[in-house]
Design a protein around this ligand. Structure first.
Ligand SMILES: Nc1nc2c(ncn2[C@@H]2O[C@H](COP(=O)(O)OP(=O)(O)OP(=O)(O)O)[C@@H](O)[C@H]2O)c(=O)[nH]1
Ligand SMILES: [Mg+2]
Length: 271
């Protein structure tokens, strides 16, 4: 790995954007390989259950939003905190036990060995998304959206709608993720930024796990997400063709952050 971490062990921080995760958080936490993870940060988006209580009992760094922001808004806090705390590699892990946190070493390996700045845990490369319980309509829309996104980016990803992701510090201190949506489409915007800023990416196979507590997004929410994803694709192409410019594809994070936070993140990079 390049950058400031040349002479020391890279710091790996796991961030968990949480919303009503009290029932699954401890199980998710137990599976995290502590040997390769330096710190775990949980951001609570005003859960109605005991998520914060459980997180504190487990000794996680816990941040509680003053208002419910949404999944994207939650991730913004997650990444800012991880960068302030000096992360060289950040892993986003849902606290709903949907993704297998035992695979974190595989997720971070391409970043640590300098092959990628962005790693996706792909359920489509795994044992079988449908066999793992992915609802059929989600499977089909996932495939269709991923196909369209690949056409748009000129890439061959197997799945672009996974919530298990790892990022290098360089990536997160470059893309202006704070300009993205506070809703679920935040994830798609990040991928479009990864492509626009030409960061190298990689995929590893992960199993699919669906059960009641791990999935709350219903058909309507999924459809809104699908349409919002198409809109991001349109913005990507308009920007690429020079028809319309979007700050989220041109600015860098320090340019859009308040000087206070920009300085804190810079300090985090110098630990
Ligand atoms: N901040 C915030 N997070 C949410 C909200 N709803 C869900 N989440 C989080 O977003 C993540 C994804 O939501 P899920 O309900 O697990 O989505 P899912 O149905 O598993 O989605 P698929 O994997 O696409 O099927 C989880 O980590 C939730 O904790 C919300 O209203 N606000
Ligand atoms: Mg889930």
């Amino acid at each position: 790995m390049k950058s400031s971490s040349r002479n020391r062990k890279p710091k790996v921080i796991v961030v968990m954007p949480a919303y009503n995760a009290a029932q699954t958080l401890e199980k998710t936490y137990r599976d995290i390989p502590k040997k390769v993870v330096d710190k775990i940060i949980l951001v609570d988006d005003v859960s109605k259950d005991d998520t914060v209580k459980v997180a504190k009992r487990l000794g996680l760094k816990t941040i509680v939003h003053i208002q419910n922001k949404g999944y994207g808004g939650n991730q913004k806090t997650c990444y800012i905190e991880a960068l302030k705390d000096g992360a060289d590699v950040v892993v986003m892990l849902h606290p709903d036990y949907q993704y297998d946190s035992r695979l974190i070493p595989e997720m971070i390996a391409p970043i640590l060995n300098g092959h990628a700045d962005f790693v996706l845990g792909s359920r489509m490369l795994g044992e079988g998304a449908l066999r793992g319980g992915m609802p059929f309509y989600k499977y089909v829309s996932n495939k269709v959206l991923t196909f369209l996104e690949n056409e748009c980016f000129g890439k061959h990803y197997s799945e672009l709608h996974t919530g298990f992701r790892a990022y290098s510090r360089k990536l997160l201190t470059t893309i202006p993720f704070t300009l993205n949506s506070d809703d679920f489409v935040f994830d798609t915007e990040v991928i479009a930024q990864v492509e626009m800023f030409k960061f190298a990416s990689s995929e590893i196979p992960v199993p699919t796990r669906y059960f009641k507590e791990a999935s709350s997004i219903n058909f309507v929410r999924s459809s809104i997400y699908g349409l919002a994803t198409l809109k991001v694709m349109a913005q990507f192409l308009l920007h690429k063709w020079g028809i319309r410019k979007y700050a989220k594809f041109t600015k860098t994070l320090p340019e859009v952050l308040s000087p206070f936070y920009a300085a804190q993140i810079k300090k985090g990079g110098k630990r």
